[in-house]
Design a protein around this ligand. Structure first.
Ligand code: FDA
Length: 299
């Protein structure tokens, strides 16, 4: 049942999935599932998988990058996060050499500031500009200020609603408020995209666009429509940002956006530690349980 949302257990399987997605005109970001490792050896083993992915992205010329979780890279192993910083720094160096990009996923609120600090420190190295980016969650009150600071430095942002259970003093408890903030933050990001007349943000990231190349990550039709209408209203280049969705979710919408000429990237998770990820996807949308059960009965 999990194969709807998880692209297999091995590196070979995820690469095959990325190639199939690419044939539909969709880019990918590869995620080796796992979080909160407890030993340095475990953290390094997790990173080794990402090094294999980066080699394969380069050798197979895939339109792909990688997404990593800091707790999987040893964030909890020392108070100053030296272990995670060193491991992710090596990954970003590798991504620079492979001409691709490392997205640092955002986890629960206890990691927000440390994640921002670490990504800013890595991005400050001139060779890394445009090769490491972050995720900002629309449910957090602090996010508009974080986006302002990060875009000032030219850091690429993936905007999502946020997937963790957070307290009401830090995050909007109501979905309608999260949605409202997502629309506001989408506009804030798009103002720093390709053709925005904003000098502070005019950094070249991969040589083909000037401005910051952000990701709008959602399956919500209303959020997608809000982004599209802002792009139209401000005459923003459609290729100066991308929509991002999860593997197996709203494939109809992914295809429709590609057909309309938008850039789309799919987040492709794989690996032995698929279970918590799979359960989060089911919890997000109980109808998925029914959908999967029906398919299982059919097969
Ligand atoms: P919402 O949950 O409001 O759903 C809107 C509609 O989308 C639903 O009505 C349904 O139609 C469809 N939909 C949503 N989820 C579905 C599912 N599982 N199956 C089928 N349909 C579904 N979070 C985080 O905290 N840190 C991170 O780093 C990331 N990274 C990330 C990357 C990418 C590429 C995506 C798409 C998402 C994330 N997330 C994340 C998860 C994100 O925060 C959020 O939990 C989910 O994307 C669900 O939010 P939506 O915007 O899709 O809207």
């Amino acid at each position: 049942m999990s194969s709807r949302f998880v692209a297999g257990m091995t590196v070979d399987e995820v690469l095959r999935a990325a190639e199939a997605i690419q044939q539909q005109g969709i880019a990918s970001t590869l995620d080796s599932l796992g979080e909160n490792v407890t030993t340095p050896q475990e953290a390094q083993r997790s990173a080794d998988i990402y090094h294999r992915l980066l080699d394969a992205i380069q050798s197979r010329r895939l339109n792909a990058n990688v997404s990593v979780k800091l707790t999987q890279m040893g964030m909890d192993l020392d108070t100053h996060h030296e272990q995670a910083r060193s491991i992710v720094s090596d990954l970003v160096d590798h991504a620079v050499a492979a001409n691709t990009f490392v997205r640092v996923d955002m986890e629960g609120c206890e990691y927000t500031q440390a994640t921002i600090d670490l990504v800013r420190a890595l991005h400050a190295k001139p060779a890394n500009r445009g090769h490491v980016g972050i995720v900002i969650q629309a449910y957090l009150y602090r996010s508009a200020a974080d986006i302002a600071a990060l875009t000032q430095e030219g850091i690429r942002i993936r905007l999502c609603k946020g997937a963790y259970k957070e307290p009401p003093d830090l995050a909007y408890p109501q979905k309608s408020h999260v949605d409202g903030n997502f629309v506001k933050l989408t506009r804030q990001l798009l103002d720093t995209a390709g053709n925005a007349n904003n000098d502070a943000a005019s950094v070249a990231n991969n040589g083909s666009v000037t401005g910051i190349y952000h990701g709008i990550a959602t399956h919500d039709d209303a959020m997608v429509e809000a982004a599209k209408s802002y792009v139209k209203e401000k005459n923003i280049d459609r290729h100066s940002f991308e929509f991002q969705m999860l593997y197996g979710v709203r494939r109809d919408l992914q295809r429709a956006l590609v057909a309309e000429g938008y850039n789309v990237r799919v987040y492709v998770p794989f690996g032995a530690e698929w279970y918590p990820y799979f359960m989060r996807r089911l919890a997000e949308r109980p109808a998925n349980v029914l959908f999967l059960a029906k398919n299982m009965l059919k097969s």
